[in-house]
Design a protein around this ligand. Structure first.
Ligand code: NAD
Ligand code: DAU
Length: 349
């Protein structure tokens, strides 16, 4: 089997590439990534010399390039992760999210459709999506696969749109697709613009921790390697045309999570208890900030037997240890253009 993974140099993509290379040595994995600010081949150093791995630098917004790529390598499957993924960036520049997340996905669907149409047997187009397409929950309730779409940010609107296109290609052209919608991931190699790695980076540098609003928003956190395992079972055993929710049944208010993170950081850095928490600074809320996400993943657990493997406390400790052991990685990805981004997003708050 030859699988095309898009966005494999990013956070989740690099864990997916590693998981498939290690668990399926008979497969060939081609990683297609444009290496935007979020893509980093350092994330794959330990597996890049494996004989069944190939990297191609390329952009999913270029339809002609994708058609040539499909002709060159007869892919049997696609696992599509490439995207603009950060909500704050989507508020600052929405159009890039439409181009990459919507047009890029449609280009990929077109390439798969034209290359596979004579024989769809054994083919699979797997689109990786987010729980944010379902909108925001109040204090009660949980997102199921039947929850109507209600995106609020330009990011989630672009992901919702791409999900609709994927389903439309299934219904109209019989393309064998499957979709999963996952909650917030955490773990090694996440770009330090997202809450957990951003705050780890700021704590180590004694910089303020910018908590949006009152810190009462709730997210449902999942260990990224558990997401990669879920992607494996859905890719192999999910039903065509179906959607699977993925989540850890692990809800935390931002402020409770930040307090736990500060405690772990104090311990690992040998600081006195409570020292890191003094860096907490409440700042202007994110525009359109969704209050609460919570995922019901019982369909995936019941039908495909997937369960999360690790407690949040343990996973967060492992995550902190990874970032502290890889401070050079953090320094490399936060130099240059990132400084300008940080000023733009946080300067006026
Ligand atoms: P990321 O931003 O870390 O990585 C995205 C990758 O896509 C990068 O390597 C980047 O270089 C690549 N890319 C961007 N534009 C591209 C283009 N035009 N052509 C080719 N490659 C391009 O993102 P992530 O957090 O790893 O998320 C991966 C996917 O999972 C996304 O589709 C995201 O919507 C989805 N998702 C993320 C989370 C989360 O918590 N991070 C949760 C649920 C779903
Ligand atoms: O739910 C899945 C989604 O999770 C993915 O689809 C997205 O790609 C991913 O970025 C993530 O989106 P969030 O907006 O939930 O993640 P983020 O890490 O940006 O923020 C998590 C929470 O922390 C959110 O309530 C906003 C808050 N926050 C975030 C940042 C960056 C802060 O309070 N301060 C910050 O500086």
């Amino acid at each position: 089997m030859h699988i095309l993974v898009t966005g494999g140099a990013g956070f989740i993509g690099s864990h997916v590439v590693r998981h498939f290379l290690r668990n399926y040595p008979s497969y060939t994995i081609t990683n297609l990534d444009a290496l935007t600010y979020a893509g980093n081949l350092e994330n794959l150093r330990d597996v890049e010399s494996l004989p069944n791995y190939r990297f191609v630098k390329g952009d999913i917004t270029d339809g002609d390039f994708l058609r040539r790529l499909f002709q060159e390598h007869a892919f049997d499957g696609v696992i599509h992760l490439a995207a603009e993924s950060h909500v704050d960036r989507s508020i600052a520049s929405p159009t890039e999210f439409v181009v990459t997340n919507v047009l890029g996905t449609v280009n990929l669907l077109n390439a798969a459709k034209s290359f596979w149409q004579s024989d769809l047997e054994g083919k699979r187009f797997y689109h990786i999506s987010t729980d944010e397409v379902y909108g925001s929950l109040g204090k009660e309730g949980i997102f199921t696969e039947q929850t109507p779409y209600d995106p609020h940010s330009p990011y989630s609107a672009s992901k919702a749109s791409s999900d609709h296109f994927v389903r439309a290609y299934h219904d109209t052209f019989a393309l064998p697709v499957v979709i999963s919608n996952c909650s917030n991931n955490y773990g090694a190699c996440q770009f330090p613009e997202k809450l957990i790695p951003l705050f780890i980076n700021n704590i180590r540098q004694n910089k303020p921790l910018p908590v949006y609003g009152k810190g009462e928003n709730v997210r449902d956190w999942l260990w990224v390697e558990d997401h990669a395992r879920a992607i494996d079972v859905i890719f192999h055993r999910g039903k065509n045309g179906e959607t699977y929710n993925i989540g850890g049944h692990n809800e935390w208010t931002n402020i409770a999570l930040i307090r736990l993170l500060c405690r772990i950081m104090d311990e690992k850095l040998g600081r006195t208890a409570g020292e890191s928490e003094q860096l907490v600074t409440y700042v202007t809320d994110r525009a359109g900030h969704d209050l609460r996400y919570a995922i019901d993943s019982s369909k995936l657990q019941r039908e495909l037997g997937w369960v999360p493997s690790i407690s949040f406390e343990k996973g967060l400790e492992l995550t902190v240890e990874w970032y502290l052991a890889n401070q050079e990685w953090l320094d490399n990805v936060t130099s240059g253009g990132y400084q300008r981004y940080y000023e733009e997003i946080y300067g006026g708050r």
